[in-house]
Ligand binder design. Sequence first.
Ligand code: GTQ
Length: 348
Amino acid sequence: MTQLGTLEELPQSYRDALTERNLVPLWPAMRSVLPYKVPTRDTSVTKWDYQSLRPLLMQAGELTPIEKAERRVLILANPGHGLENIQATPSIYLGMQLILPGETAPNHRHTPSAVRVIVEGEGAFTTVDGEPCKMERGDLILTPAGKWHEHTHEGDGPIVWLDVLDLPLIYRLNGSWAIEGELQNSDKVRDKSYSDYSAAGVVPNINLTRGSDNTPQLRYPWSKTRACLVEMAADHSDGLLSISYVNPETGRSIFPSIGFGAIMLRPGETQTLPKRTTPVIFHVLEGEGSMAVEGHPSTDGTPQGFVEKDTLSAPGYTHITLTNLSSSEPLFLMTADESPLHEYLGIF
Ligand code: GTQ
C-alpha cells in the first residue's frame, strides 16, 4: 500500500486557500476514511452490569421526579464512541428507564423507533396509539417511528426496562424530533395488535399499516419466544438456537434500522457466532455465562462473565464466543444489531 501525501507536506498558503473556499484535499484523509480491509470499529467490548447500575437508577428516582425528567433514564453509553455521543453502537442507543408506582411518563411521539425490553417489575403498560401493551419481564414492547406513546405504572415496586432506539442514526440524519401530546384515551383493546397476529401464518385483512416497513405488532411476549426456543432445543441436539423478531406481515425485521433476536444456549454449551459486519448488543434475559470477543483492540479475548439483566456490546468483524456457565439451566439472551441497515446498504 502506497504511503500517501500528508497535509503537512502542502504549503500553508495552499491549505488556507482551500479552507477559505470550503475545499478539502482527499489524499491525506484517504486511509482513514477508507481503511484497508477492516473498517473503523469504534464500538468497544463493554459490559453494563445491572447490579452496579441499579442502585444509581434507584437514586435517580429519589433525585429527580418524573415531571422533571419526562423519561427517567440512565444511558448505556459505549466508551468507544465517547460517552457524550450516547451510542452503544454507531446507530443503537440503549437506556435503562425507571418508573415508580403511580407515575406516568407523559405522552409524546418522535421520529426514532424504540423497543423496550422489560428488566424487572410488573404492573406497567405502554399505551401506543391508544393500545395499552402489557409489560412483562423479557417482553419486547414496540413504539415505531411516529407513534404516540406513554408509560403508566400501576404496580407496587419499581419497574425497569431497557430502551433500544435508533436515535443516534436518526439524530445524525438530522431527523430527530419529538412532540408532546395530551394523555391518551386507551380506546383499543389491551394487546390488540398482539392478539391480531398471534396465530402464526394468519394475518388479519383489516389492516391499515400493510406495506409499512415497521411491524404492526406492538408486543412480543417473552413467554412465547422462550417456548419457541425451548421447543427448538427439544428438536435439535446441536447447532445455534436462535430466532429473529419479524414483522408478521412481511417476515422482515420489525424495524428497518435495528434487528432484534433471541438466543438460547443449552446448559454448559459454547457457541461461536457467525462472523458479521454489524456490532451486536446482548441483554441477558435468563441465566449466566461468558462472552469472549476475538479480533478487536478493546479486548485481549479473555472471556467476560455475565449474569441475568446484564447488557453487553461487541464490535463487528469479530469472532464472538458465548458460553452458558450453568450445567443445569439454559441461558437466554436478547440481541439487537444493525443487520437490516447493513443488508439494505449492501454491506452485510
Ligand atoms: O420512553 O419515549 O430512553 O423518548 C429515550 C427517549 C426513552 C421513551 C428513551 C425516549 C424514551
